[in-house]
Design a protein around this ligand. Structure first.
Ligand code: PLP
Length: 475
């Protein structure tokens, strides 16, 4: 029978009233906590919305719905609605992509010591801006400085909201109304629309491009100098690489030129490795090398290769940092006690020589191919046993592959890993990906060649079991 064009009201009388539903649900244990005050209002609103939706559907329904069908539908939808309402917007997810510093997944997970430090200060008053020795107002910008100086070999350091804020603050402090020299090979955009030329413009400085995209010589910098030049800026190209016929002056050459002419040098090293990562199979510039080469200022992120909270670190000469501390813009870019707590604890892990063991991002980057193969094999075996037991039809396999560093670091580095492949018999890999993403906890995976691929490099210790359980729930 074709659907009737006139709106039917024939089943509407079957729908219970809001009061009736509330009574019925109130008798069930799972809705007990919604019997008073604000909670009761929430339940009433949810019931009302559910009945309104159902009313629309009943108008289009051809066959008479049974009372059981109606009650089950109402209870199910109210339950789901209440759960959805409770679900936080920001959730932990399982990162099975193998991208270690996945910007969309919040970059670096924190070290246990950082978590403990955050928990310690979060619910208490702190000496954030209070000098405990003098018993009077102090400065928040002293926190983390001692450890940063020790780890970077710099005279001073200050923490701001992120590396973009660090660069903005540096340019705003020293380059307003002046020119900044930057190689054309370093005119970059970083994920999320951070474009060095735009940041320069915001700070009121003028960009003076130097050299060509692939070759910039010291002589090019020298020629570009004018009485209005304030700074030589060097930016780590992060997410892309110039390969082949390319050249740029060394840090020492740039420092030499800047000192001749009395201008500042600054390097945005981006990812901010505090330790040598060549053992992990790739090389990223270290902030302390820029300091050692004589750069006046360096800036880098706290949540990339450092593996801490979102933060931007500015380190360098005492006199330069003093000027930055006097800039009122710092007030808008400062960090809170939670960031200081997490960052300080993370830096202490480095100072204690425990970074590769304790900082999750570094631990993930240094996992050996053998360890990853063994974990993948074990997960695959456990999945097969479970699938057989539950009657789930899904092929599993192992394949050699690569993990990525992410976070705009070492884009060409391919870290060998073993991937666990899943190919469901009854629906597509794309559908499996969607279901895993909707699961609790959400599991984020790669899809290729009609397979879902899991890389255990980024599945944190303690998440392997929830990963297994979650996969079994989505078929
Ligand atoms: C990532 C990056 C930034 C931006 O860092 P945030 O901490 O995300 O603000 C700036 N400069 C370089 C070179 C980078 O790699």
């Amino acid at each position: 029978m074709p659907p009737s064009t006139s709106i039917s009201t024939q089943w509407l009388h079957l729908l219970p009233s809001v009061e009736r539903v509330l009574q019925q649900l109130g008798a069930q244990a799972e809705f007990q906590s919604f019997s008073h005050g604000k909670q009761r209002e929430i339940l009433r609103d949810m019931v009302r919305a559910t009945l309104a939706d159902l009313r629309q559907q009943l108008r289009l329904m051809e066959d008479e719905p049974t009372p059981e069908y109606l009650w089950q539908t109402i209870t199910g939808r109210v339950r789901a609605g209440l759960q959805q309402r409770q679900r936080p917007s920001l959730l932990p997810v399982i990162n099975a992509t193998g991208v270690v510093l996945h910007t969309n997944l919040g970059r670096a997970p924190l070290a246990p010591a950082a978590l403990a430090a955050v928990a310690e200060v979060a619910g208490a008053y702190t000496n954030l801006e209070y000098d405990l020795e003098e018993g009077k107002r102090g400065h928040r910008h002293v926190h983390c400085e001692t450890l940063l100086k020790e780890l970077l070999g710099s005279e001073a350091a200050v923490v701001v909201n992120n590396c973009a804020a660090a660069v903005l603050l540096i340019l705003d402090t020293f380059c307003q109304g002046g020119e900044v020299l930057l190689s054309r090979g370093e005119l970059i955009e970083i994920g999320g629309g951070f474009r060095i030329p735009e940041v320069l413009r915001k700070s009121g400085a003028t960009l003076r491009e130097v050299g060509t995209t692939n070759k910039t010589r010291l002589a090019d910098y020298r020629e570009a100098l004018s009485p209005n030049t304030k700074m030589i800026l060097r930016v780590h190209p992060s997410n892309f690489r110039l390969i082949g016929f390319s050249q740029s002056p060394s840090r020492e050459e740039l420092v030499g030129l800047a000192r001749e002419t009395g201008i500042l040098t600054c390097e945005d090293v981006g990812s901010g490795a505090l330790v040598d990562l060549t053992g992990c199979g790739f090389a990223e510039p270290m902030a302390k090398d820029a300091i050692a080469a004589g750069f006046d200022l360096v800036a880098f992120s706290g949540d990339k290769l450092l593996g801490g909270p979102q933060a931007g670190i500015i380190a360098g000469r005492r006199t330069a940092l003093d000027e930055i501390r006097r800039n009122h813009l710092l007030r808008a870019l400062r960090v809170d006690k939670l960031t200081y707590a997490a960052l300080e604890a993370t830096l202490r892990v480095y100072a204690d020589g425990q970074a590769f063991e304790q900082v999750p991002a570094l631990a993930a980057l240094s996992l050996s191919p053998r360890e990853l193969a063994s974990r993948a094999n074990s997960l695959r075996n456990r999945l097969r046993v479970r699938f057989r037991k539950l009657g789930i039809h899904c092929e599993t396999e192992l394949m050699k592959g690569f993990s990525l560093v992410g976070g705009g670091s070492a884009p060409q580095a391919q870290l060998p890993t073993t991937l666990v492949g899943l190919q469901p018999a009854e629906f597509s890999a794309a559908e499996l990906e969607t279901r895993l993403r909707a699961a609790n906890p959400p599991v984020i995976v790669r899809v290729e060649n009609d397979h879902v691929w899991l890389d255990l490099r980024t599945v944190l210790p303690g998440q392997e079991r929830p990963l297994l359980e979650t996969i079994c729930t989505v078929f």
